[in-house]
Design a protein around this ligand. Structure first.
Ligand SMILES: Cc1ncc(COP(=O)(O)O)c(C=O)c1O
Length: 381
């Protein structure tokens, strides 16, 4: 047997990692400004993380949700504090798609409705409802297709008002990434997010903030959506939550009533996952990583804006999209091969930076120097 061949891969075997450096099997060091799709939030092999996960594993790694798991309460308490949503409740699962799946389902249980509003270029995951709410027909299997999901243009206030005025009584939820990731680092406007809030209130629909990629401190705020000044009813999260240990969650407003069996999972909330997530939050808090993300992120954005070959720099904190002209579409690959710098991409030619929240100004400078070289060299030639 061999792995099912669904991933286009770089021929690099990473065998060791520390902070924002990873090493391949030949001993070459790389600067990691991607964190494996925004997953590495506190840096690779952070000593506190390694210690907390190891100690937990030596005590107990897993038991199911049929017994008391006090570490879940500890995690809920700290997440409530760090995110500023003390009165919200926590449901733990294993991935971003599963978090969105549960959020959409909970919304529908709550208001007994079926219609979901999602937006152009949205990415919410690959499971049934999550992928149906993802604006990429090539990953939606026929069995996932549903008329219950309506796509509207991102940031189009008139289209949103129109949808509510015609179908308001049927709309169960609106799901949005306040900063779209896979869609190319595009930010929802403050007024658009505020409009979603007021329409959801008016029509008793549920506002779901997909914070799987943009959340967990990456934008400089715990939830990226906080920049709008309005609260969502449900926040979904995963990626940065476990720094590589698979864990996802939804943070649920007090307006929802829990009932036994309505949501559930075998693995979600296990001891080991909670220890990993607690270690991440402790480091985010102790090392002031949200402040660092805002500071180093703004430095990067300011410096990138000085490079005239770049078409547009988008994003906040350490979630940055660099749109290049088509003639520079190869730069991402060159950064990896020639400079040994990992970055991400979004189609057609956007470089996505999603590094650990504790990268330094020196890491930023290393990237800026390399990017400048490629951009200028190619332009001159
Ligand atoms: C915004 C957003 N939501 C959901 C997901 C799905 O997360 P997972 O791959 O953990 O299922 C992703 C993954 O890229 C994402 O970026």
């Amino acid at each position: 047997m061999k792995p099912f061949d669904v991933y286009p891969i770089n021929p690099i075997n990473i065998v060791k990692a520390n902070g924002s450096t990873v090493w391949d099997a030949e001993g070459n060091a790389y600067l990691d400004l991607y964190g494996g799709h925004a997953v590495i939030s506190i840096g690779h092999t952070h000593p506190h993380y390694v210690q907390r996960v190891t100690e937990q594993l030596n005590r107990i790694g897993f038991y199911s949700n049929s017994v008391e798991i006090p570490i879940q309460r500890e995690l809920a308490q700290l997440l409530g504090e760090v995110s500023g949503k003390i009165d919200y409740a926590l449901f733990l699962c294993n991935s971003g798609a599963e978090a969105n799946e549960n959020a959409l389902k909970l919304a529908s249980f709550h208001n007994k409705r079926k219609k979901i509003i999602a937006f152009s270029k949205a990415f919410h995951g690959r499971t049934s409802l999550a992928v149906a709410a993802t604006d990429n027909p090539s990953i939606v299997a026929p069995v996932n297709e549903t008329e219950n999901v309506v796509f509207l243009p991102f940031n189009d206030e008139d289209a949103l008002k129109e949808a509510f005025s015609t179908d308001g009584a049927e709309i169960s939820s609106v799901i949005i990434e306040s900063i779209q990731g896979v869609g190319g680092i595009r930010e929802a406007s403050v007024s658009f997010l505020q409009l979603i809030r007021s329409l959801c209130d008016q029509y008793n629909a549920v506002f779901i903030a997909d914070e799987v990629q943009c959340g967990y401190g990456r934008s400089g705020l715990f939830y990226a959506q906080d920049y709008s000044g309005v609260e969502a009813d449900i926040y979904t999260m995963a990626k940065g939550m476990g720094n590589g240990f698979p864990i996802g969650a939804i943070s649920i407003s007090p307006k929802f009533k829990a009932s036994y069996g309505s949501l559930g999972t075998t693995f979600g909330g296990n001891h080991l996952a909670c220890a990993a997530a607690l270690a991440v939050l402790e480091i985010i808090q102790q090392d002031k990583l949200m402040e660092n993300a805002a500071l180093v992120g703004q430095y990067l954005i300011d410096e990138l804006n000085k490079i005239e070959e770049i078409i547009e720099v988008r994003g906040r904190g350490l979630m940055i999209g660099i749109e290049l002209p088509g003639s520079l579409a190869h730069v991402k690959k060159e950064l990896l091969i020639k400079n040994r710098i990992f970055t991400g991409e979004a189609k057609p030619s956007v470089i996505r930076l999603l590094p650990a929240l504790n990268i330094t100004k020196e890491h930023a400078d290393q990237f800026l120097l390399a990017l400048n070289e490629h951009v200028k060299t190619v332009t001159v030639a």
